[in-house]
Design a protein around this ligand. Structure first.
Ligand SMILES: [Zn+2]
Length: 83
């Protein structure tokens, strides 16, 4: 009945390639190993479970996208690049 849980915090930066909107979001990522030995990762943002940011493709500004994921702190340079 032992579960191996590892929690990490990671911030992702996103930029919308459609409208240029850039934002950052911090995630709590819980890595667990279930009883069958399968690894899984659950993502939480502000205490709410959310889909993996790696599969995110909707923009909160224009609802279109596509979204590119950047490391934190690179949003501004990406916007400059898009302009
Ligand atoms: Zn957008």
């Amino acid at each position: 009945m032992e579960r191996d849980t590892e929690t990490v915090h990671e911030a992702y930066a996103f930029v919308c390639l459609h409208c240029g909107h850039g934002w950052e979001e911090e995630y709590e990522i819980r890595h667990t190993t279930d009883l069958a030995g399968h690894r899984r990762a659950d993502y939480f943002a502000r205490g709410v479970r959310v889909p993996s940011p790696l599969t995110r493709n909707d923009c909160p500004s224009c609802n279109l996208g596509p979204i590119r994921i950047l490391r934190p702190g690179r949003v501004n340079s990406a916007r400059t690049y898009l302009a």
